[in-house]
Design a protein around this ligand. Structure first.
Ligand SMILES: [Zn+2]
Length: 168
């Protein structure tokens, strides 16, 4: 998995499993671009990235439990890194090159959430968030072309348009 894809998955796991958000609107429609809480929009998906945004990472950590942060300066052999310990369902201890990433990984480990169960953020949304009997779409919400795959019909966008809507 590319680093960018991996970060998106981490962000989506925190949005769904920690914050309790989904990509389903109040009318039951599935959105490729927004997060919702109880059907009300809380954020655009592209604006929520705790793996790179320190304020969002700290906010999510506070939902989980007490945490401690240490910083280790670079020496001859090792790059500088942040260590985060977080007490959730279990105590986690994680090191990473940036503080938001260290916090995000510590959150997932503390809550025993593994990224290995998912191929991508889209995979997570299809597997866990989209209701089986939810509305599906026959045509792309962006360009109007017919949607062929089940995944696109659930999402409401073809693969290209889903990428563009997310600003990738
Ligand atoms: Zn389209």
């Amino acid at each position: 998995m590319s680093e960018r894809k991996h970060k998106r998955l981490i962000d989506a796991l925190i949005a769904t499993k920690i914050n309790g958000w989904s990509n389903v609107t109040r009318s039951g429609r599935v959105s490729a671009v927004n997060w919702y809480k109880d059907g009300e929009k809380v954020s655009s998906i592209r604006n929520y990235s705790p793996s790179s945004n320190i304020e969002q990472a700290l906010e999510a950590a506070e939902r989980v439990g007490e945490y401690e942060i240490a910083y280790f300066e670079a020496d001859g052999e090792n790059a500088a890194e942040f260590e985060v310990e977080l007490y959730g369902k279990q105590k986690s201890s994680v090191c990473a090159g940036t503080l938001p990433m260290a916090i995000s990984l510590a959150i997932l480990e503390a809550q025993q959430i593994s990224t290995n169960n998912y191929q991508s953020a889209d995979d997570l949304l299809v597997k866990d968030t989209v209701p089986v009997d939810g509305d599906t779409h026959t045509h792309c919400l962006r360009c109007g072309r017919p949607l062929r795959s089940k995944k696109s019909q659930i999402r409401g966008y073809g693969p290209e348009c889903a990428r563009r809507e997310r600003g990738l």
